[in-house]
Design a protein around this ligand. Sequence first.
Ligand SMILES: *Cc1c(COP(=O)(O)O)cnc(C)c1O
Length: 484
Amino acid sequence: MGETLIFEKSKRGRRACFLTKHRVEGRRLRKLIPERYLRRKALSLPQLSEPDLVRHFTRLSQENMGVDSHFYPLGSCTMKYNPKINESLAALPGFSGLHPYQDQDTIQGTLHLLYQTARLLQEISGMSKVALQPSAGAHGELTSLLMMKSFYEVKKEVRDRVLVPDSAHGTNPASSHLANFQVITVKSNNVGEIDLRDLSHKMSPRAVCLMITVPNTLGLFEREILKVSQIVHRHGGFLYLDGANLNAFLGITRPADFGVDIMHFNLHKTFSTPHGGGGPGSGPVGASDELSSYLPLPLVGKNKDGYYLDHDRPKSIGRMRSFYGNIAVILKAYCYIRTLGRESLREVSESAVLNANYLKEKLKKYYQLPFDRTCMHEFVLSAKDKKEKGVRALDIAKRLLDLGFHPPTIYFPLIVEEALMIEPTETESKETLDSFISAMIQIAREIEDEPSLVREAPHKMPVGRLDEVRAAREPKFTFFNKET
Ligand SMILES: *Cc1c(COP(=O)(O)O)cnc(C)c1O
């Protein structure tokens, strides 16, 4: 990295701002604080002038790629451009200054918006009731699984299994384990959809649900979804929808119409909010009539006196986290949905699907396309045949960085060897898509003519090939400190 640590730049006595000496009623602050709480040695914070400080962080921010600086075609995790106005609206002091213990009479405006957001999500999905509390998609999965568990406990039915397709996102089996269910994997067939024969074989009165992603993580719509739903329901189980890919069919179809009983939304993917790096997110759960009384506490209710937090729901699984959810993310989703309205929301999905198909058609001459049919909002290429030249999907991803593009998701879904999973999203112009196509074609040519260029990429980045696993397993939090 060219940029040194801020501690290395520090020079004793430099300041970005000067504070006046604090006095309360003429007494120095340190005289007001009990001796045992006073710091004995000054904190060794870096000391810099304001311009040096600003330049340091500005340079660091430019050594990364984000959706505000570069095209960001991840697959599965919708990384769309999020209009800045939603940030501004959610940050209005009337929202950001609220305290969660405030009296309900004083937060009627916010409760109104929460109530309305739940209603909008109900309309979009066809679900009977939506709870906004869960903090992200995976948290919504866990919430839903606990709800179904309670449902069968009340009915005194022993169901200890969850069916998960082999193309599923890793959070699906992880949440199932966390809720103490045994995970049964259902195979995909040769057209990339759920294998009905395998599903029929594995679905049983022991299974709580099938967790399905529509369109699936190959970007393909499950054309047999009605049959899938029949098979699951015939055995008294529920159809659970992982709603992470909702960006593909907003206003075109509704999960309730194809048999979904319970689902989560990823507000931070489909409905605005920059995410990545761990948050913040919001994973509301929508449920059918049969399951809605199990939704977590509290829901926002409405009566003649106004809005209130409804804790009086005896069948509920209870709280899934503190307070009411990540309110700012929910507010951004509300702004996003209301800004677009019914017609434009549908256009979001239509454009996302069109953009993905445009890229797929242009790139399939240069890269293997394992499932060659109309895709939804994303598609999966395979770099399997590039292995002959000693090049892998990871190398292509690294070379894309040199050419100014954030790479797509690689090695997922697991059922495609050397997978490159591309989701352009609806907001990208044709010019941006064309420049990405040119970069991918250039890389395909380099693999033929000069594979080492790709194999050894990136050549222009501040860092090249990091040991990502080690960074996560053995993080170093040591401060650089000249004085000690
Ligand atoms: C992102 C994603 C999840 C998990 O959602 P989080 O909000 O990241 O917890 C689950 N399934 C699919 C298909 C996803 O893309």
